[in-house]
Design a protein around this ligand. Structure first.
Ligand code: GLA
Length: 381
């Protein structure tokens, strides 16, 4: 009798704890699972990897374009929502879409007039954005199939690699790239990039996830409050190429040193915001040395979800979904309208290969490119 009373108490306690964990994020077994995501036109099977951590946060990644397909993050009450735009299956990603969740390379963002000179040799690239090249060219790293390393089921780690051949999209050198995605028990998604080359080349790798911390498809992101750890930004010309100036954010709508709603000044008639149709600008991160630094923090007041971005990179592109226009239908057929997401793309500055005043994006044989970016999720309350 006594024993069964104790048993019931223990059971109630366990159920209570599980219930509490259910509300605050399920206690789960960390690991990775592979499932089929679809087939390429040539019949090649593409996989979806689901990373889970101990608090039940889940991240879906496909080896097509190394794309982050979903991020299920808890709100302040433990209710999860998918906070990135994307599609339910591979076909969506094979169709027209603006780099949803993709690994972008060989050179993320723009290179002016689709050319650059390295060691006296001019290299011509594909002009796929007016006169400029954007995000690696016609078939960038976002549209190639990455090779996955063997997975260890009880580790929330996915390692992807890709060999970009000498001359691919006009870039010199065989470039061997490795990207490791890790989901930690602290609700951090680590993206660790390494690369080596056999000829001098230029390189700029990023991830192009579109975030909406209220949940994908749930309206625009203008109420999200953003802090960007940058005293300067790189103003652009009419084709969104940096002018070369590093301009102070002080007294401009680019001052996010104190948390400010993304939409507070976006339609205020600022010349730079008119050129970008909103924010589509690189910020010069405040940093000393090459270590991991807090680059940005974004809070969504309704859900209390917080995203922090830490990086080793010198810059970050804030893009406020200004080209989203409702023509793309995403997960569950949801319409992704104007400014329904923001991107925080950690990077070297756009057009660095043509801008002697910017940190160099060159990689030489014998050197190893190594950058880390962390997307960390938490809540305000
Ligand atoms: C980047 C660019 C934008 C736009 C998007 C994709 O963030 O800076 O101008 O091209 O990618 O639509």
């Amino acid at each position: 009798m006594r024993r069964s009373k104790h048993f019931l108490c223990a059971l109630a306690l366990v159920l209570g704890i599980t219930g509490a964990l259910g509300a605050a994020g399920r206690k789960a077994t960390p690991g990775i699972e592979r499932s089929k995501f679809g087939k390429m036109a040539d019949g090649q099977t593409i996989d979806l990897y689901t990373l889970t951590n101990s608090s039940g946060m889940r991240v879906g990644i496909t080896n097509y374009g190394g794309r982050v397909v979903s991020i299920l993050a808890p709100d302040w009450q433990g209710r999860t929502a998918d906070v990135v735009l994307g599609f339910d299956d591979l076909d969506g990603y094979l169709g027209d879409n603006p780099y949803f969740g993709a690994l972008v390379g060989r050179y993320a963002n723009r290179i002016a007039k689709a050319k650059f000179t390295l060691d006296g040799v001019e290299y011509k690239l594909a002009p796929n954005d007016g006169p400029n090249t954007l995000h690696g060219g016609l078939k960038g790293f976002d549209k190639v199939v990455w090779t996955e390393q063997e997975i260890a089921k009880d580790h929330s780690v996915l390692e992807l690699s890709y060999l970009s051949k000498d001359g691919e999209e006009g870039y010199p050198g065989n470039l061997s790239v490795k990207v490791v995605y890790t989901l930690t028990d602290k609700n951090e998604l680590w993206i660790d990039y390494t690369a080596t080359t056999d000829k001098p080349t230029v390189l700029n790798l990023t991830n192009h996830s579109y975030f909406n911390l209220a949940g994908e498809g749930k309206g625009d992101i203008l109420q999200h409050e953003m802090m960007v750890n940058a005293d300067r930004f790189t103003p652009i010309d009419a084709s969104l190429i940096p002018t070369g100036e590093l301009r102070s954010v002080e007294g401009t709508p680019f001052d996010f040193c104190k948390p400010t709603a993304i939409g507070a000044r976006i339609n205020g008639g600022d010349e730079q915001l008119k050129l970008g149709r909103g924010y589509d600008h690189n910020f010069v991160l405040n940093r000393t040395g090459h270590g991991l630094t807090l680059a940005a923090r974004v809070t969504e007041p309704g859900s209390g979800r917080v995203l922090e971005v830490l990086t080793t990179q010198p810059g970050i592109q804030l893009y406020t979904g200004n080209f989203l226009d409702g023509t793309v239908r995403g997960k569950g057929g949801k319409v992704y309208n104007y400014r329904f997401a923001f991107c925080l793309e950690t990077q070297h500055f756009p057009d660095s290969p043509n801008q002697p005043g910017f940190p160099s994006a060159e990689l030489k044989p014998g050197q190893t490119y190594h950058e880390i970016t962390i997307y960390k999720f938490s809540t305000t309350r």
